[in-house]
Design a protein around this ligand. Sequence first.
Ligand code: ZN
Length: 246
Amino acid sequence: MRRLIVSDLHANGEALEAVLRSARGGYDEAVCCGDVVGYGAAPGETIAWAREHAAVIVRGNHDKVCGGLSEDAWFNAAAREAAQWTRATLTADDLEWLRGLPAGPVRLDTYEVAHGAPFDEDEYLVDDIDVEDLDHALERPICFVGHTHLQCGWQWTRGGLYRLPVPAGHEEERLVRLEPETLYLVNPGSVGQPRDRDPRAAYAIWDDESGLLVFRRVPYDIERAQRRMREAGLPAWLSDRLSAGR
Ligand code: ZN
C-alpha cells in the first residue's frame, strides 16, 4: 500500500491543494499526523478533506485548542487569536469532529502515528538529542509524527542513530530505501506552515511493499493564502511567515 503522509495542514487550502495535485495517483490511502486547523484562513477546506480522505488521523495541539478541548493559555498572542477566529468560523459539526479526533499514538499493523512524540502528543522532536533514546518507545518499525513543522527523519541501526536525507535547496524530492530490522521516525514536514526555511509545502509518500519513502516539497500559491488570511483579519505575522518558511 502506498500512503500519503501529511501533517500540520493548518487551514492552508492552497498548500493542501498543491500537495494533493502533486501526489495525485501516487498513493492509495492518506495518513494525517494532526493540526488540520489553526493559523490559516481555510479551516473548513482542510477539515473537509481530512474528514473524507484521511484513513488514519490523530489530533494536534491546535485541533484541541480550536475544538475547545484544551486551554490556549500557552499559545502566543497570534496563535490564540487565530484559534479564536477558527472556533468562530467553523460549523458546529466540524468542531464536534475536531473534538472527536483520537490522541496519538495510533498504532496500526506495521506503523504508528503521533502528533508530537509517541510518548507525549505535545512533545517536540527537533534534534538528535530529542530522539536518541526513543527507539525503546517505538512499538512499530516506522512512526510518523508532525508538530515541529520540520521535514526530517531518523533511523536506528545497530551502528547508531542516523538522519534521513530530505530535499535541500531546489530539490523536489529525496528517496529513502527503508531497511528491514530497522526503526524509523519520520516527520513529513508541514503542509500549511513550513518552518525549515523552505516555504514550499512538505509531504511524504511511503510504500510499504517496495520499502520506499519519499520526502517531497511542492510550491504553492503562497500569495493567495496570505491574501485570504489578511482578508479574514488574521494576524499579519502569521501570513508573513509563510513566504519565509519559518
Ligand atoms: Zn502544528
